[in-house]
Design a binder for this molecule. Structure first.
Ligand code: AMP
Ligand code: ZN
Length: 344
């Protein structure tokens, strides 16, 4: 069985041996030479699985431990695999994990690059679902509402969130995506935030770091980025506790209200107090919602995304259940009806 080592990337101390299935608590102290008071003496609990080639990391301390820049969260547990980077606390004190067949301590991080005993790189291991690294809370914003769809004028004051005073209301996603408190996943290409006014039990937005104002600005060169956004969105579903139970759709609003391209990842229960009107409903249940796959196919075929004439009219269609297609007279009736399709 391979032997597991936790390797300090800063080369601050010798690699720490993690015997198979032993629980080891690490943090501030002589073993790690971490003196930072922000790091708890019992910051993380580590448990290696040498057969699977991974370590489970539980954050015990109050300040954030992270894996690949995603915060674990106190009491939460994630896996750390070769190629991934653990920061003990506050994005500091980086570590990697190494599994080697021989039992002598591996070379230090710096020497490792010259040695054959280098830690396995990420793509040599099992492909990691990015969102599995993410601790998603179930908190939902319920107070406010989002700006009305496809409305270019400033929305009614009740629907404008206060932070918009810093800029035009439709720039809100650009502000939210930069806020670490709202980020539930990020990598070098994209960030995922929870929709501030979720229209279902689970509703995330996947946004590229690259500034792309809207679907209209997409070109052939963006195909790989869009595929990555879809992959990340799919991983969010996979790691969601309701991922098996609920159906999800991944797609774009043909005419978005908010600036900066964003992929909606939304569960199909539509069980949310933020879903309030016909525009909301029709924007997710008619052809106003374009599947991610269709956007990518259109880009690959035509080099751009075309929105059909009359698309905005779709928002005025009668309310129709997306499961059984029965028409419903009002939003409250529709909501009652939707309950009949929910298993729990
Ligand atoms: P759309 O532009 O129509 O594709 O949708 C914009 C989405 O952004 C809606 O689902 C809103 O609920 C959501 N939203 C609006 N403002 C914010 C914000 N500041 N942070 C996160 N989500 C937001
Ligand atoms: Zn129905």
């Amino acid at each position: 069985m391979p032997t597991c080592w936790l390797v300090s990337e800063d080369d601050c101390h010798k690699p720490v041996h993690l015997p198979h299935h032993h629980v080891l608590t690490l943090g501030r102290g002589p073993e790690t030479r971490i003196k930072d008071q922000k790091c708890s003496r019992r910051q993380v609990e580590l448990r290696a699985d040498c057969n699977k080639g991974l370590i489970s990391v539980k954050q015990l301390g109050t300040n954030p431990t992270s894996v690949d820049n995603v915060v674990v969260g106190k009491g939460n547990q994630v896996t750390l695999k070769p190629g991934q980077r653990l920061h003990m606390v506050n994005q500091l004190y980086p570590y990697t994990v190494s599994f080697s067949e021989d039992t002598s301590s591996p070379t230090s991080a710096r020497e490792g690059s010259k040695s054959n005993k280098r830690p396995l790189q990420r793509d040599e291991g099992e492909k990691e679902s990015p969102a599995r690294k993410v601790a998603v809370s179930s908190h939902r914003e319920r107070e406010a509402d989002d700006p009305p769809l496809a409305e270019k004028a400033k929305p009614a004051s009740a629907e404008v969130e206060p932070s918009f005073s810093a800029g035009h209301w439709n720039q809100g996603l650009k502000v939210s995506m930069q806020d670490p408190k709202l980020q539930v996943y990020k990598d070098e290409k994209v960030v995922v935030i929870k929709d501030k006014y979720p229209k279902a039990r689970h509703h995330w937005l996947v946004l590229p770091w690259e500034s792309i104002p809207s679907l209209k600005a997409l070109r052939l060169k963006h195909c790989d980025l869009l595929k990555h956004m879809q992959h990340v969105g799919g991983s969010m579903v996979q790691q969601c506790p309701d991922g098996q139970k609920l159906r999800f759709r991944l797609g774009y609003h043909a005419i978005p209200s908010m600036s900066h391209v964003h992929l909606h990842v939304i569960s199909q229960d539509f069980d949310s107090p933020c879903l309030k009107n016909k525009k909301h409903w029709n924007s997710f249940t008619t052809d106003y919602f374009i599947e991610s796959e269709d956007v990518i196919a259109m880009l690959e075929r035509d080099g751009k995304v075309a929105v059909k004439d009359g698309t905005s009219e779709l928002l005025k269609l009668p309310l129709r259940c997306h499961v059984c297609h029965k028409e419903q007279a009002t939003i409250p009736k529709l909501k009652d009806h939707l309950k009949t399709h929910l298993t729990s």
